[in-house]
Design a protein around this ligand. Structure first.
Ligand SMILES: [Zn+2]
Length: 505
């Protein structure tokens, strides 16, 4: 039966993180998990616990502390993966073990070097093993869309009997076409005798730009869970975009007859948070969350929208939380007002962190008249969601102008030792980066540099994002400050700190 409530399974923290250069640290993942609770997502996939100690800790941290949401951890079909996943997940309210095994002839022959019988046997044994820990077990048939459907039916029926309660049919390579994909889902619904005992799920990739279309075709044909990521980030061309599926289901409920429980008013804030944390910027013409998604340029359209919004707008911008820039605080706001606001935003900080945020807030508020939610969020990310710092900026003086040789002098702490260095460059930012490179003796290469403003106006905080590489490890660095050169220095040092952190892991 098509329609009804659709479960939203967000895998931004797992599949989304597999986007090149999009790695997130533990605090950042935790912050996003809190945001997913606010959005009222049904299930979040927090990571792949066996992949690394860092991944394990991230999943455990989320399962241990985040309530009111199902937390999933990924595992391959072997006992070690499954046991490790459960070790990370076991303290959660309703944790899910998500196991996967390929079912396509291509994958079985070349990757697994197993025949159908062996795959079926391993899938059943693994689900049975996971089901000893929890009744919340998901089984994914990797590369399902290129698999023999009758074989998928056979595997799904067998794993339901072994204890799987969600069955995922992924279009791993982004190969499927909407009609075909919908037909496959209908076929599964007709040919798996025990299908009523499980939730049928889909997981699409966007290699041909069809991830959302395929997911919706699947919903129409009876899928009840959609796996997706915020802004559609993910491996290669990315995954199904959460905001597109949710808003399509909401806007065309008349046709699709299905709903989600997502609180759509938090979509815009979540999208910004994901792009800030991962450094994956959203294209301006991106559906639902692009900067131009609700901008009307032509006179005829503007005129129409002013007379009656629905002439050219199929969604209300307020429904995705756009234009809800609330003025939070000013320079005269006291500690209590700030602490209250931070609590409302969902952060739980210790006294030391609160003090740091308050001091930083005062400095920024001195320069900038109005402080918006985004400004405070940027400060919080900068001050709180960070890893132990080896390098810290103490002060900075840069000189530039049309007739001056750009110079910069930087005072910083390196492993608790204060150091000062200066350099010249093509511009003040280049000079600052050279001074920092000398002091830190870094061998890294700057791959990417971008500046944007967090809110409008010339007094806005500048936000700088850098991507740097050292020995083929790529990291992202971010920094925010009303002074653009200082923001750049912070971003660079944040990136260098991340490189050091990864080296130690
Ligand atoms: Zn995927």
């Amino acid at each position: 039966m098509a329609g009804g409530k659709i479960f939203i399974f967000d895998t931004t923290l797992r599949d989304g993180e597999q986007s090149p250069g999009a790695s997130m640290n533990m605090q950042e993942k935790f912050r996003l998990a809190q945001q997913f609770v606010k959005l009222n997502i049904d299930i979040i996939e927090a990571g792949f616990p066996v992949a690394s100690k860092g991944d394990f800790d991230c999943v455990k941290n989320i399962a241990d502390h985040i309530c009111d949401i199902q937390v999933a951890g990924l595992a391959r079909c072997n006992e070690k993966d499954i046991d490790t996943a459960w070790q990370a997940l076991k303290n959660g309210d309703n944790s899910r073990i998500h196991i996967f095994l390929a079912t396509s002839d291509i994958h079985m022959k070349y990757k697994l070097k197993m025949d159908r019988e062996q795959v079926l046997e391993l899938a059943v044994a693994s689900v049975r093993h996971a089901a000893k820990y929890t009744s919340n077990v998901e089984f994914s048939a990797e590369d399902a869309s290129r698999s023999d459907l009758d074989f998928v039916c056979e595997v799904f029926e067998a794993v339901i009997r072994a204890g799987a309660t969600t069955l995922n049919f992924p279009d791993t390579t982004g190969y499927a076409m909407p009609d075909e994909f919908g037909d496959s889902i209908a076929y599964l619904n007709r040919h798996i005798p025990s299908i009523d005992k499980a939730v049928l799920s889909v997981h699409c990739h966007n290699d041909l730009g069809l991830a959302t279309a395929n997911s919706l075709a699947a919903v129409k044909a009876g899928a009840r869970q959609v796996e997706c990521t915020v802004n559609g980030i993910g491996e290669r061309a990315g995954n199904t975009a959460m905001e597109e599926v949710v808003m399509a289901l909401r806007t065309r409920a008349d046709l699709l007859k299905a709903t989600t429980d997502v609180v759509t008013e938090h979509i815009t804030a979540t999208s910004r948070m994901v792009s800030t944390i991962t450094g994956m910027l959203v294209q301006p013409n991106k559906a639902v969350v692009g900067a131009n998604a609700f901008a009307h340029e032509s006179g005829i359209h503007q005129d129409g929208v002013l007379k009656e919004r629905t002439t050219y707008e199929i969604m209300n911008p307020c429904d995705v939380g756009l234009n809800q820039n609330s003025l939070v605080l000013g320079k005269h706001s006291g500690r209590h007002a700030l602490y209250d606001k931070i609590a409302v935003m969902g952060y739980k900080l210790n006294a030391d962190e609160l003090e740091r945020v308050f001091n930083r807030f005062k400095t920024v508020a001195d320069v900038k008249k109005e402080m918006f939610d985004e400004d405070l969020e940027a400060i919080l990310m900068d001050e709180v969601l960070r890893i132990p710092n080896i390098y810290e900026l103490l002060s900075l003086g840069a000189m530039s102008g049309s007739k001056t040789l750009p110079t910069s002098s930087v005072r910083m702490r390196v492993n608790d030792k204060e150091m000062t260095g200066c350099a010249i460059g093509v511009g003040p930012i280049d000079a600052t980066f050279r001074a920092i490179a000398k002091l830190t003796k870094t061998g890294s290469k700057l791959l990417y540099f971008a500046v944007s403003s967090i809110t409008g106006g010339t007094d806005a905080q500048g936000e700088v994002m850098v991507r740097i590489e050292d020995n083929s490890v790529v990291v992202l660095g971010k920094g925010a400050d009303p002074d653009i050169v200082t923001a750049a220095a912070k971003a660079y040092l944040n990136g260098l700190n991340r490189l050091e952190y990864l080296k130690k892991k």
